[in-house]
Ligand binder design. Structure first.
Ligand code: DLZ
Length: 164
């Protein structure tokens, strides 16, 4: 069973479980490739650091963030025994409402895929006002959100292992 936390402060002490034996898919959007490549490097390195084997990481690219949902769905459908999928993208606000449609679609989409398969599908998508905010979160002053997405994937896969 999952570890019972006694109080909220226990959360800050939560360590990252070992990722050894877990199998993850990564789906990366090609739009804003400079940013998404940095997110990918962060996520991949973090999985390795926490014990996931190179052979247990399956990476695929999709054209844009909108396609992350179907990419995650295809991976979970076709790669046996995946423990979860990390989606990585970067949507930068433009002059039209495209931004809102893409962000809403991918946030709802990955949630639905997670529920469909009862597997973690992690939302590693930057949704920023401009390029600088994206760079700040892809290895810049606010860290690398790809790294955080990988840690979230391991924690959720570990939770699923404990409960299933
Ligand atoms: C079309 C589009 C635009 C305008 N902006 C972005 C963006 O900032 N980030 C991103 O990942 N993708 C963008 N796209 C592409 C869409 O995600 C999608 O690939 C197309 O609408 C085709 O379905």
């Amino acid at each position: 069973m999952a570890t019972q936390l006694k109080n909220l402060s226990d959360f800050s002490n939560t360590t990252v479980p070992s990722g050894a034996g877990f199998k993850f898919g990564i789906v990366v959007a090609e739009w804003n490739a400079g940013i998404t490549n940095a997110l990918y490097q962060g996520a991949y390195q973090s999985l390795l650091t926490h014990g996931v084997a190179e052979d247990d990481i399956f990476t695929y690219a999709v054209p844009g963030s909108f396609e992350l949902t179907s990419g995650a769905d295809l991976l979970l459908k076709n790669i046996p025994k995946l423990d979860g999928v990390i989606t990585l993208g970067c949507v930068i606000q433009g002059e039209t409402r495209h931004f809102d449609f893409i962000c809403d679609a991918v946030a709802n989409g990955v949630s639905n895929v997670a529920i469909k398969y009862s597997k973690p599908v992690i939302f590693g998508v930057l949704t920023t006002d401009n390029q600088q905010q994206a760079e700040d979160r892809a290895g810049g002053k606010h860290g690398n959100k790809g790294d955080e997405a990988a840690i979230t994937a391991i924690k959720m896969a570990d939770l699923a292992k404990q409960l299933n």
